[in-house]
Ligand binder design. Structure first.
Ligand code: HEC
Length: 242
């Protein structure tokens, strides 16, 4: 029994990781919860471009504002939809039933998405949409085949097409993307904004982490002071012994 439990503890996270990440190679994203400007930009993108379809029911606007240093006034002006209050959780503008009718799948709640899929997965996903005339929305995604989500940021990124090559078994695999129509952002700028968006989603997955960082800094400062004091005390005591 014990062995079985241990085996499950080892195997299950590996299975979960395999399920979440698939076989595609992921681009790595540099997450930095200490970067306030990045988190604020990510919040702005998330609220303006994602909350139309996705909820983030565990995140309240004013909690986000407090954590990221965005004043309530600015939240009201730039981020709230008609009728919402700063104390409300982020609720999708589009009713879930309608979304299901239009897309075939309801857009999932994204509160914990960064913990579910991992930051690299989301970053890669947001950079992997390509034009596919056969898809109902006209868009597809190399990381998430036949995805129901349209490429909502195509005006920024532009339109990419996918380029394939054959591997040694004759399977078609993705080689890369070709930008057939540039967007309003150049690729580096688009990547930077996607990094900010993912950074924000990581914060959203565990808002308490930011608070822990702050406490952590105080604990370290305290330990340093304690170390200096003890060192001086030790010198003082040993002076008489020598
Ligand atoms: C027009 C509606 C719409 C908008 C706007 C939208 N999405 Fe989606 N999104 C969807 C739908 C529908 C799905 C479900 C896809 C599926 O299961 O095929 C989805 C799926 C996802 C997934 C994958 C979820 C999973 O793990 O299965 C992520 C991540 C995601 N969206 C992120 C975003 C982000 C970030 C934004 C803002 C930039 C955004 N979405 C904007 C409709 C939307």
């Amino acid at each position: 029994m014990k062995k079985l439990i241990i085996l499950l503890m080892v195997v299950m996270p590996v299975m979960a990781m395999a399920e979440g990440h698939g076989h595609a190679a992921l681009d790595t994203v540099d997450v930095d919860l200490g970067d306030k400007a990045s988190l604020q930009n990510g919040a702005r993108i998330f609220v303006n471009y994602c909350v139309s379809c996705h909820s983030a029911a565990y995140m309240r606007y004013n909690r986000m504002g407090r954590d990221l240093g965005i004043p309530d006034k600015l939240i009201k002006k730039d981020m709230l939809f008609a009728g919402d209050k700063v104390g409300d959780p982020m609720k999708a503008v589009m009713p879930s039933d309608d979304a299901k009718k239009w897309f075939g799948t309801a857009p999932p709640d994204l509160s914990l998405e960064a913990r579910l899929r991992g930051p690299d997965w989301i970053y890669t996903y947001l950079r992997s949409f390509y034009r596919d005339p056969k898809a109902p929305s006209g868009w597809n995604n190399t990381l998430f085949e036949n995805v129901a989500m349209p490429h909502v940021l195509y005006e920024w990124q532009g339109t990419q097409e996918v380029e394939y090559k054959q591997d040694e078994h004759g399977n078609k695999i993705v080689e890369g993307f070709k930008l057939v129509k540039p967007g309003t952002m150049d690729p580096a700028e688009y990547d930077k904004n996607m990094r900010d968006l993912v950074n924000f989603m990581v914060y959203m997955g565990e808002p308490a982490k930011l608070v822990r960082y702050k406490i952590g800094a105080w604990v370290l400062a305290f330990l340093i002071v304690l170390f200096i004091v003890s060192y001086l005390l030790k010198k003082e005591y040993w002076k008489d012994v020598h």
